[in-house]
Design a protein around this ligand. Sequence first.
Ligand SMILES: [Fe+2]
Length: 197
Amino acid sequence: MTKSTIDADTILKRATPVAHQESHEIQPFGHLVHMPIALSETTCKESVENLNQLLADTITLRDLYKKHHWQTAGPTFYQLHLLFDKHYEEQNTLVDSIAERIQLLGGVSLAMAPDVAEITLIPRPPKGREAAPTQISRLLHAHEIVLKEARTMARLAAQGGDDGTNDLIVSDVIRRNELQAWFVAEHVVDVPLTHAV
Ligand SMILES: [Fe+2]
């Protein structure tokens, strides 16, 4: 058996995690790599650009739901607290699906809050708390922004032959947002609680 000639310092150095490494990006934002999925570069580019806008707005809507989940108040606190969190989770699933579709098309998905804030079309809410009807108005406005752009993007994807993007937008994004908008909107219908009028 041969005795190791490596000294203790060298052994320890090899066992130490190599942290604080920096390098150039492997793919700059806004540039596509070619993926072998039988779609033209033009189609992929258009879908990636549209999906990044949809991603930024979906992340913002998702986070708006969490803000309202935490900050809601009043007699409907419990049901809104639970409903807002359910919608947050569902929007979070959409965020992941949209981001991963951007990657599979050869693009780079937006991810971080400052980058999202730069391009989202959803107005920024105040840091403080707002009453439930105002929270609901904000959510309905955000859903409508997402639905409007999503329908246009779905048509463009279908025209370009990108059926996968069209399906994601129609089957997942549009249908989920329409359903959530209904659940939220019914909370601001002014019907009597105890006496019929
Ligand atoms: Fe919570």
